[in-house]
Design a binder for this molecule. Structure first.
Ligand code: ZN
Length: 410
């Protein structure tokens, strides 16, 4: 035993980050090359992170024979996979020192959920299987989304605050002396000068100070985080994010202003949530899934304007003593929004007014794979048990199953 793997042989981004960070010069037993970042796979942390990478990308149903998958998780790695760049080859003879057998010996069942990562949900827990972490959601939030229409906000906010109190504590943060942007559709006035024979000139007068600040509660309409009659201050880390929040159309003039959080405010910060920090034990992974589920509610725009859930969460943050919440913007990865529950926590910065006209709305797009992937097919079918599998495949992937796939391979 004593095999090493280099960062270049790793495909999963979190596992790769770990090897880049902790690796040193050596020979990789996967590619056979001498590399700068090479790590022994015998350490518990590498093994936990490798198992976390498998859990992140794959559903247990694919590698647990109990659920119809292959008989052993290592079979996933014997073909093209999302963890390593090269498939791991099984040697002809059972040479214990071989990379394959050392990886194969990593335990998939564990006993201590606080220090190890399990590949199987079973054991002492309920008879169920793991969803891939990237798609896993906190089931309590799903149940909450159902009942939120039937209980009053004061009941819901108490339930949320009791449930999230402890898990959000590590995300508590004090911030101060930060300048942030705010935008409002429209301008206060426009002055037009025109003299005979000369080009018309326009001067735009933006909304400033209180006009661009949070409205008084008596006129505040409902927003993503505030109920009607409650006024919160929505701010963004940059101009584009602030504009995106108010959803202008092409041709709109938008007033811009900056606000400063001068004195310390206590916020809960979801903007740095990163699986890398949690890929160390089952307990930490559970914590990640819960926080990630909350983060998604906060970040993902809600075109149906169904705000009861986000409003319930802001009520809960207030009950728990927070002045605001910070979360990633849906515009780009490195920008964020802050919602302050008391507008007086930030002050308008004199002289920061601007007017911009929306000339176009850009969408940065990427084509996604829509063709059928045999590996995920079985899982997809199992989750869509409303029809015959041939119909599910035909309706979702446009493939007539007859003659296309050998039934046995599904
Ligand atoms: Zn390598």
């Amino acid at each position: 035993m004593g095999n090493c793997i280099c960062s270049e042989c790793i495909k999963d981004s979190n596992l790769k980050r770990y090897v880049v960070k902790h690796g040193s010069n050596g020979v990789c037993n996967m590619c056979g090359e001498h590399r700068e970042q090479v790590l022994k796979i015998a350490t518990r942390e590498f093994q936990n992170r490798m198992k976390a990478a498998i859990r992140y990308n794959y559903s247990e149903i694919l590698y647990n024979s109990h659920w119809g998958g292959v008989s052993n998780w290592i079979s996933l790695l014997k073909e093209e996979n999302l963890i390593f760049k090269l498939p791991i080859e099984e040697p002809n003879e059972e040479d214990e020192d071989d990379l394959y057998w050392e990886i194969n010996a990593i335990p998939g069942h564990i006993e201590d959920y606080s220090t190890d990562v399990s590949l199987y949900f079973g054991g002492e827990r309920l008879d169920a299987f793991f969803d891939p972490i990237m798609r896993d959601r906190w089931s309590w939030i799903e149940a909450l989304s159902e009942k939120i229409g039937y209980d009053n906000p004061n009941i819901i906010s108490k339930e949320i605050s009791n449930k999230i109190k402890d898990i959000i504590t590590p995300l508590a943060k004090e911030i101060e002396k930060i300048d942030l942007y705010r935008a409002r559709i429209g301008i206060k006035d426009i002055l037009i000068y025109s003299e005979l024979g000369e080009e018309t000139q326009k001067t735009y007068i933006p909304y400033k100070k209180n006009e661009i600040g949070a409205p008084w509660p008596k006129i505040a309409t409902e927003g993503r985080f505030n109920r009607a009659g409650t006024s919160y201050l929505y701010l963004a880390s940059n101009l584009e994010t602030a504009i995106n929040e108010i959803r202008p159309s092409v041709g709109h003039c938008v007033s811009i202003g900056k606000f400063r959080i001068e004195k310390k405010v206590n916020i809960v910060d979801f903007s740095n949530l990163d699986f890398y920090d949690y890929a160390t034990s089952d307990d930490k992974i559970d914590e990640y899934v819960r926080l990630k589920s909350i983060e998604e509610i906060l970040c993902i725009p809600n075109p149906d304007k169904e705000y009861r859930l986000t409003q319930g969460f802001s009520d809960a943050f207030i009950l728990l003593g927070y002045d605001g919440v910070k979360f990633k913007s849906s515009v780009s990865y490195d920008t964020y929004n802050i919602v302050l529950f008391s507008p007086s926590c930030a002050k308008y910065i004199d002289g920061t007014h601007e007017v911009v006209e929306i000339k176009g709305l850009k969408y940065d797009i990427e084509n996604k794979e829509i063709n059928i992937n045999k590996k995920y097919l079985e899982e997809y079918i199992s989750q869509n048990n409303t029809g015959h599998k041939d119909e599910i495949i035909r309706d979702n992937f446009g493939i007539d199953i007859k003659g296309t796939f050998n039934e046995r391979t599904l």
